[in-house]
Ligand binder design. Structure first.
Ligand code: ACO
Length: 328
């Protein structure tokens, strides 16, 4: 059985605590001017010491349920995209389902770094379209501040925390228009958290050498990001015989304003159609796209039948785009 899928509701949550460029300049040798011109970032939201990723995800999930006018009992399965799970295992989605009041329902995580939301949207839409589930809650949620080294100026200015949730439900109209995903694991060290897994188990030495934090070769990531964002957006649109001209909105992963601007230029999209909130949240990995979608939705900007493209890239390296038709 192949049926349609739509987004029934969107919700987001970001912690209250703000870390500004000025705050960062007090921690490392940096300044507002450098951060603003190189990244577009001004502030990030930072989880409290006792707030884990599931706490952010649960709040975003509650808001999505309220927006959809549904209760948690209406959800058949929970998927969380994250690289900052509460624990290496169990899956954070298990904690989220329980925290929302749905123990016993299927729940699993997707771990593909900043591409998590577009991968998750493809997988969860497939589960709904194939009839396995009627409603799936997909949440991109991250507490990147917990794995950020606030002594490394090349990474600590970039990351923030937050969560965004969508509820996917079976529908007569199909809103999933196309998807293009990819990954290349030939050089994982370009962007990774070296220690704490089975390659370099956590030890006093890995902590001493700061190997439990995010490590990134920023320039390498930058180089591949623009071309992959452009190619995957075009391919996802082409699956539905569409072009960038048909797009009402492009919602890119918020990693760097210069990357977003370059992709906008290559795709020849009107910058007015490109959703940017990087100044407020920084890079929140798999949460960045649903956070931006929730803002767009809350602002009443999405109209029936608008074509929206979600596009991301990140650790793996990985990348992907989904073309979506909005149905209110
Ligand atoms: N403040 C001031 N100076 C800095 C800072 C800082 N915070 N960070 C680096 N610099 C310095 C460098 O030391 C270097 O100085 P030098 O020329 O004396 O050696 C200079 O600024 C230029 O550094 P670059 O690394 O060349 O700067 P670049 O223009 O490439 O910008 C950045 C760096 C912002 C990291 C960029 O490369 C980038 O955004 N890359 C992509 C990152 C990304 O998208 N990551 C996705 C991760 S998401 C995930 O999967 C969790």
């Amino acid at each position: 059985m192949v049926r349609g899928v739509r987004i029934a509701g969107v919700g987001s949550y970001a912690p209250d605590r703000i870390l500004s460029n000025e705050d960062l300049a007090r921690l490392v040798d940096t300044n507002d001017e450098w951060i603003t011109t190189r990244t577009g970032m001004k502030r990030r939201h930072i989880a409290a010491a006792d707030q884990a990723t599931s706490d952010l995800a649960i709040e975003a999930g509650r808001r999505a349920l309220a927006r959809a006018g549904l209760s948690v009992g209406d959800i058949d399965a929970f998927v969380v995209a994250t690289v900052t799970p509460d624990y290496p295992f169990p899956a954070t989605a298990c904690l989220v389902a329980n925290g929302l009041g749905a123990p016993g329902k299927p729940a699993f995580d997707i771990s593909i770094a900043c591409s998590g939301f577009v991968y998750g949207l493809t997988v969860a839409s497939g589960l709904v379209r194939s009839g396995v589930f009627s409603r799936v809650m997909l949440i991109g949620a991250e507490s990147l501040s917990k794995i950020t080294n606030y002594r490394d100026r090349s990474t600590c200015v970039l990351f923030g925390d937050g969560a965004g949730a969508v509820i996917l439900e079976a529908s007569e109209r199909n809103c999933f228009l196309g998807s293009s995903l990819g990954a290349d694991g030939s050089n994982p060290e370009v962007l990774f958290q070296p220690a704490g897994g089975s390659r370099y188990p956590a030890s006093a030495q890995t902590v001493e050498n700061s190997r439990h934090y995010i490590h990134m070769a920023g320039k390498e990531v930058f180089k591949f990001a623009v071309s992959k964002m452009v190619d995957s957006s075009l391919t996802a649109l082409a699956e539905a015989n569409l072009t960038p001209d048909d797009m009402a909105y492009l919602i890119p992963h918020q990693a760097n304003l210069r990357i977003i601007d370059s992709a906008t230029k290559y795709l020849k999209v009107d910058p007015e159609k490109v959703v940017v909130n990087i100044q407020e949240y920084g890079n929140t990995s798999s949460a960045s796209i649903p956070l931006a979608l929730a803002e767009l939705d809350a602002g009443g900007k999405l109209k029936q039948d608008d074509v929206v493209v979600f596009v991301a890239f990140g650790g793996g390296l990985s990348w992907g785009a989904v073309a979506w038709r909005w149905s209110a």
